[in-house]
Structures are given as structure tokens and as C-alpha cells.
Write a protein that binds this ligand. Structure first.
Ligand code: GDP
Ligand code: MG
Length: 452
């Protein structure tokens, strides 16, 4: 994950709280110092850091713990809330474009090398995966190889691209293909950059802006410039009317914390993060989810996002909804495991599920091998409908029957049922906490759902 070092320090700080005997002023002081150190190491601006920790301290000392939380839990949830606020307000997502005017136009602006063209391709792929008919428009007339680059990018995204290597005015390129745009749901428009936000660049963006009237103007900014992102974001915000920010290159820089917080104070919301050079290396940014993951609380939404990319969107949504409602039977378990085995190593996936990272899951649960899945599937074919929907009724004599019918030994079938019960317990907790992380954590603190 990005900002691994920051995440590690924050996690160990929270562990310290969890392990302490009681919450008093000296613990709160220590906590504040730890958080300061962690954030400063991640290049976050000193004044911002002190403002933040001052707020945490004031709330921790001044507020009564709500009835359903212990003092420790309250402290953790204050840290979580304040860090999330620090990174921006909950925002409208732009992954569901809805029935707005067609096409929905997203224009990317930014300096040379910030990652505009690469990000344009990632966005085109992001929306295509979600079922939108998307095309790229290349308006960078300055860089010699810009048009070839966007052609390549469109190729990897598998989308159409509109460009003209000969035309020297971006607005003329736009006009040339105007009649074709109505055939698309979304246009992602790549523009030219400069070394700095010069008069020349501002004029060009203004002109293009006036002509295209984009629905979103997103500034692409590289995370490796750290705190300098603030000035850049503010300047672009003031002179080009940006509606949001994409922070690229979050992978491989320790300065990402500086860049994110610097952007958050600019007033324009952070929409996405670039986390690598490849076409799929893009994540939607949501302050709560992001901080939750930094703190090791997991991010169910990100998990569902990932599931969407691998399995069909409707399937993922359905699975997610049923999961949250606690309606969960053996068929779901099977589907969930097949989906997860497609998503990559399970150990990586569970990090994103709230609470899972704190549970000591047995190794076998994390490595559901192909072989096991196959056997389970065969066994399931010998379950009758009622048993599949309500596995609780499967007693020893039924196991015996299923084993004979399927040729899968009793041990395997018991293993399958055990796995089901464990998953069901976690699912129940999700349901009970209604997506509220602090409540969910409280439940987790009680009885761990595995091992028994
Ligand atoms: P532009 O000049 O703004 O269009 O920037 P480009 O899209 O050409 O990107 C400049 C360089 O940054 C290229 O080498 C990209 O591969 C790289 N890049 C873009 N986004 C990311 C990212 O999220 N992570 C990493 N590691 N590299 C990126
Ligand atoms: Mg470019």
C-alpha cells in the first residue's frame, strides 16, 4: 500500500493505546507526539501537523466518551475522524456519472510530466470497466511525441481516441471531431502542460475551457513534490477553475503525505490517486476509507472496487449487498472465494476488509487452494437446495450422505462447513455495525470470530 511507513507508525501508535491500561493525560501527550513524528516524517507541513494534533488533544481531553464506547475506543475514533477531516470532506463520487448530459467531459490539466497523459488512459479504462462508453481526446499540441503517447495509452485502455497530428490549435482539434462526441458517455481530454503555470498555459487552458465547457477540470499533480503541491494546487485553483485533483505517483515516494494534505487545504477535493505506471494503477480517493486503511481498519469499499474490476459489476454489487445484509449462504461463500482467488493473494485482499487485518486469521483460511475449492464445489453439488441455503441443518448424518454422494471425504466437508461458519460470524458483525467502523471494532474487541 502507499505511505507504508506512515501507516506502520500510525498503527503502532494505535496499538500503544490499545495496550495501555487506561487513558490519561500522559498517554494522550505521548499519542500526540507519536502522531506528530509520523506525519512530519511523511513530509506533512509542520503547522498543519500541530493544528491537527492540537485538535485531537483538545477533543480527547475535553469530550466525554459516548455511552457505547470505552475511553480507549473514543480516543481511537477521534484520531480516525480528525485524520480523515484533515484529508478533506466526504465528497460526491464521480465514478457513477448518472443520467447527466452526454458526453460527460473530464479535462485534465497540469504541468509537464505530472502524469496527465498516463492518467487520462487510466481514467478511460476506469470508466470503461464501469460500463461507460469512453473516448480520449488528445489536445497536447506542444510535446513532439504527445500524440503517439496518447494513441498508445488509448490502445492499452481499449478505448477510442480523437487526435490530429497536423492541427496546431487545441480548439481546432476539438472542433474537428465534434459530431462524434455524442456517441460517447464520457470524454477524457488530455491537454498540454508547461514547466510552470505560465501566462501562456493559463491562456491556453482558459481558451480550451471556454470552448469545451468541461464538467470536471482535474489537476494532475505529482506526489513527489510533497508540500510544494499546496502552492501549485492553489494557483491552478485560482486561475483555471479546477474542480478536483488527482495526485499521481503516490507509489514510491515518502512525500505523499505532504502532497495529499497540501492538496486538501487548497479547497479542491482530491478525486483519485495514481499508484503506479500501469493502466490499472488508479484508485478513487476517499478520505475516510484512506485513513481507515492507513490505520489498519480496512476499507470494504476498496475491496468492492477491486472485486468490480475482476468480476462483473452486478455480481460484485450483489455480493457486497448480501454480505452487508448478512444474507450469506454456502453458494455465496463459494462465489466469494472464487472471486477472491481471482483477485490475487487473499492475504492482500483481507487487508482491505474492515477488521480482518486485526484478526489473526489461520493461515489455511488465507490460502484457499484451487484444489480445495474444486473439492468443495463437487461436494456442494451433492448438497440439496435447502442445505445450500441453510447450511446449519447439515448434521453428521447429512454429511455422511453428502460424502457418499460426492465421493469427497467427511473431513473435507466438515472443513467446508467450518469455513462457512467462520465467514458467517464476520458477516454478522458487519451487519450489526451497519458500516460503522468504531462499532465494528468494538465488536471485534469482544469475541474473535475465528479459531473456534
Ligand atoms: P504528462 O506530461 O503530464 O502528460 O505526464 P505523463 O503522463 O507523460 O507521465 C510522466 C511520467 O510519469 C511517465 O513516465 C509516467 O509513466 C509516470 N507516471 C505517471 N503516473 C504515475 C504513477 O502514478 N506512478 C508512477 N510510478 N509513475 C507515473
Ligand atoms: Mg502528456
Amino acid at each position: 500500500m502507499v505511505l507504508e511507513k506512515l501507516s506502520d507508525s500510525l498503527r503502532s501508535t494505535l496499538q500503544k493505546i490499545a495496550k495501555s491500561l487506561f487513558v490519561d493525560e500522559s498517554l494522550i501527550n505521548e499519542l500526540t507526539k507519536d502522531i506528530q513524528r509520523a506525519l512530519l516524517q511523511a513530509d506533512v507541513n509542520v503547522k498543519l501537523v500541530f493544528d491537527l494534533t492540537e485538535k485531537i488533544k483538545k477533543r480527547a481531553l475535553g469530550e466525554e466518551a459516548p455511552k457505547e464506547l470505552t475511553k480507549k475506543e473514543q480516543l481511537i475514533s477521534i484520531v480516525y475522524e480528525e485524520l480523515a477531516n484533515f484529508l478533506g470532506k466526504e465528497q460526491n463520487k464521480i465514478d457513477k456519472i448518472g443520467a447527466r448530459e452526454k458526453p460527460f467531459k473530464i479535462m485534465l490539466v497540469g504541468l509537464f510530466g505530472s502524469g496527465k497523459t498516463t492518467t487520462a488512459g487510466k481514467l478511460a479504462k476506469f470508466y470503461t470497466k464501469r460500463g461507460y462508453k469512453t473516448a480520449l481526446v488528445g489536445l497536447d499540441i506542444h510535446r513532439p511525441a504527445a500524440m503517439e503517447q496518447i494513441e498508445q495509452v488509448a490502445n492499452s485502455a481499449g478505448t477510442a481516441v480523437f487526435l490530429d497530428k497536423k492541427i496546431k490549435e487545441p480548439t481546432d482539434i476539438w472542433d474537428k471531431f465534434y459530431d462524434e462526441y455524442k456517441n460517447f458517455d464520457i470524454l477524457v481530454i488530455d491537454t498540454a502542460g508547461r514547466d510552470a503555470l505560465s501566462k501562456d498555459l493559463i491562456n491556453e487552458i482558459e481558451e480550451v475551457n471556454k470552448k469545451i465547457a468541461p464538467n470536471e477540470v482535474l489537476l494532475v499533480i505529482s506526489a513527489d513534490i510533497g508540500q510544494a503541491a499546496q502552492k501549485q494546487a492553489e494557483q491552478f485553483h485560482k486561475s483555471c477553475g479546477i474542480t478536483g485533483i488527482i495526485v499521481s505517483k503516490m507509489d514510491g515516494t515518502a512525500k505523499g503525505g505532504g502532497a495529499l494534505t497540501a492538496c486538501a487545504v487548497s479547497g479542491a477535493p482530491i478525486r483519485f490517486m495514481g499508484i503506479g505506471e500501469k493502466i490499472d494503477d488508479l484508485e478513487q480517493f476517499n478520505p475516510q476509507g484512506f485513513v481507515g486503511r492507513l490505520l489498519g481498519m480496512g476499507d470494504l469499499e476498496a475491496l468492492l472496487e477491486k472485486a468490480k474490476d475482476v468480476i462483473k459489476v452486478e455480481d460484485a454489487e450483489d455480493l457486497g449487498k448480501r454480505f452487508l445484509k448478512g444474507e450469506f449462504n454456502l453458494i455465496d461463500l463459494y462465489e466469494q472465494m472464487t472471486a477472491m482467488s481471482k483477485m490475487g493473494p487473499l492475504s492482500q485482499i483481507v487487508e482491505m476488509v474492515p477488521g480482518f487485518s486485526q484478526l489473526k486469521l489461520p493461515k489455511e483460511m488465507l490460502q484457499v487452494q484451487e484444489g480445495k475449492l474444486k473439492k468443495w464445489k463437487i461436494a456442494m453439488e451433492s448438497f440439496n437446495r435447502k442445505e445450500l441455503e441453510d447450511p446449519e441443518i447439515v448434521d453428521s448424518s447429512r454429511i455422511e450422505r453428502i460424502s457418499k454422494g460426492s465421493g469427497i471425504n467427511v473431513q473435507e466437508i466438515r472443513g467446508l462447513l467450518k469455513q462457512y461458519k467462520q465467514s458467517k460470524k464476520v458477516v454478522k458483525m458487519f451487519k450489526g455495525s451497519k458500516g460503522d467502523i468504531s462499532k465494528f471494532m468494538k465488536k471485534l474487541g469482544g469475541k474473535l470470530p475465528v479459531g473456534g
